[in-house]
Design a protein. Structure first.
Length: 210
């Protein structure tokens, strides 16, 4: 089963050093280089069913949201209901949401099993080669990256403030960073908080030995 006892899984991840807590890494700057902006604007995503998505190839698309997740990160999994709500709320407003699975070597059947278990409706992108994660400079699951039509990263970081640290969870979120960023972007206003520190499980990138 993908779902495991939540606290036990968190404890194991902490022991292995796989959690990014409030004392962990800080997300990179939201400012993109002209080269990366061009790449993000023309990004092509292929989901686990083989469907190709070019979000900004569609004129009505106002923003693209990449949410980096994992099949076995308890914190990322706990956000699946909230992510589905965001997807349903903003899809009709011109926002394309994608779940991106960037765990090194993740298998398609594992992603499909995860999609079925959590009843995920948004496209699930197989990024086992980590090309998308590298382009978006993702570090943690879950981590949200909001991209406008110009290929600029307008928001990066937490979905909301439900978690205050490793093993520390509020009864309910009080700050909804991702939703607030999308509302501001759609209204043509500056994003109120453009970057927050993501909290979850580290994305470990392949290291090449020279």
């Amino acid at each position: 089963m993908i779902r495991r006892t939540f606290i036990g899984a968190l404890g194991l991840l902490a022991t292995l050093g796989l959690l990014a807590t409030s004392h962990g890494i800080l997300a990179t700057e939201t400012q993109a280089t002209p080269e990366s902006s061009s790449q993000l604007r023309s990004i092509t995503l292929i989901d686990v069913d083989g469907v190709t998505h070019q979000p900004f190839g569609n004129e009505p698309t106002k923003a693209t949201v990449l949410v980096f997740v994992s099949t076995n990160c308890p914190i990322a999994n706990s956000f699946q209901p909230a992510l589905q709500e965001i997807h349903q709320r903003f899809e009709a407003l011109g926002v394309k949401c994608f779940l991106v699975y960037s765990t090194l070597g993740v298998q398609k059947h594992e992603i499909k099993q995860h999609v079925a278990e959590y009843q995920i409706k948004m496209p699930a992108i197989d990024d086992a080669q980590q090309a998308i994660a590298k382009l978006a400079k993702a570090k943690v699951t879950p981590e949200a990256v909001v991209i406008n039509r110009q290929g600029q990263v307008c928001y990066r970081g937490l979905i909301n403030d439900l978690y205050v640290g490793y093993g520390k969870k509020r009864q309910a979120a009080s700050q909804h960073y991702l939703s607030d960023a999308l509302e501001a972007l759609l209204a043509g206003k500056p994003v109120p908080i453009a970057e927050t520190k993501p909290l979850g499980c580290f994305i470990h990138y392949e290291t090449k030995n020279n």
